[in-house]
Design a protein around this ligand. Sequence first.
Ligand code: PLP
Length: 407
Amino acid sequence: MIRVNENYLKLKSSYLFSEIAQRVAAYQKENPSAEITRLGIGDVTRELPKACIDAFHSAVDELGSIATFRGYGPEQGYDFLREKVAQVDFHSRNADIAADEIFISDGAKCDTGNFQELFANDIKIAVPDPVYPVYVDTNVMAGRTSDFDDGRYGGLVYLECNRENGFVPALPKEKVDLIYLCFPNNPTGATITREQLKLWVDYAKKEKALILYDAAYVAFIRDPEIPQSIYEIEGARDVAVEFRSFSKTAGFTGTRCAYTVVPKSLMVYDKSGNAYPLHGFWNRRHTTKFNGVSYPVQRAAEAIYIGDGPRQVKDLIDYYMTNAKLIREKMSQLGYECTGGINSPYIWINTKTDSWEFFDTLLRKAHVVTTPGSGFGKCGNGYIRISAFNNKEKVEKALDRIAAALK
Ligand code: PLP
């Protein structure tokens, strides 16, 4: 008899975005003429930068000629891309990361989800609340939690993020071994200061813990004081893995390219306390289970670092950040407290009521789809997330309808 991995039975049955889709479909069925604007799911809407398209085309052409054809590439990614990443994303920020510490992949979702495979089953894990659900669900699947009860899985340490702490969690009171952090944050849009991040690095050092730092939204940081990489913090090389993605930076959500940084100085331990470099384990996992991102995609990703690429990427980010500003300003004018939208594409709005109730009000009265904060965790209740990823004219119209609905 083929038996199921019963950890999958623990997963919450209604996944946030399918519940949203169901409610929107039901409303649309009752009101077929309603023109609905989606400011919910965080997918990009603008086309790829021209530099990426050009690089993509010429790489495809290379594959069409016997002289320049390429088959399997290195699983960790081509040197041309790893070297650009190391130079531009890290060396220019005084972060000491070498090209061979960078693993190119097909997404930060896969990498943040898969990384937990490298650790023992009985480690103590801390996750923020609210949280990008992938960190939690992949640990549930791996059997590191007990059942879901009253909005939380047993066995995890939840790091509460709320208006009192500015959505930056305090260090846990108990000792934990693995910590997930994400800044700029999805869903709250909050950012972390250097001083706050240093506290986490120092904690991890003291406890021989590991930080999994998701910086998928780094491109939206405007404030030069905000750290872009955890490796800007002294000592982080020894305690942190960082995840980045081209998805939001350059519109690659459908094209798929990302990378994970695993410094060679980072150690993990066996039960006797013997230390081993984590780099070797991720390299083993990556090369066993993954066969590399396609050559044209890696050339398209490289294009964001050269020639007109950086300017085109900046224009793309500026476009979404104009939307973010409009959303934040309008919701603030309407009397709602907002977090994010300044150094991130998400605006986290205190709804002063239940998240789903506010979601339904905006759907029914303004024909706008948002994301209920409660879908990201218990501490998300009483909030909704509005995403800046949309067409500016649509955002303006949606905001006018929201203003009319909430007056
Ligand atoms: N990490 C966070 C925090 C995200 O919000 C997302 C996507 O929404 C991802 C990772 C996924 O990135 P990718 O498209 O590279 O898989």
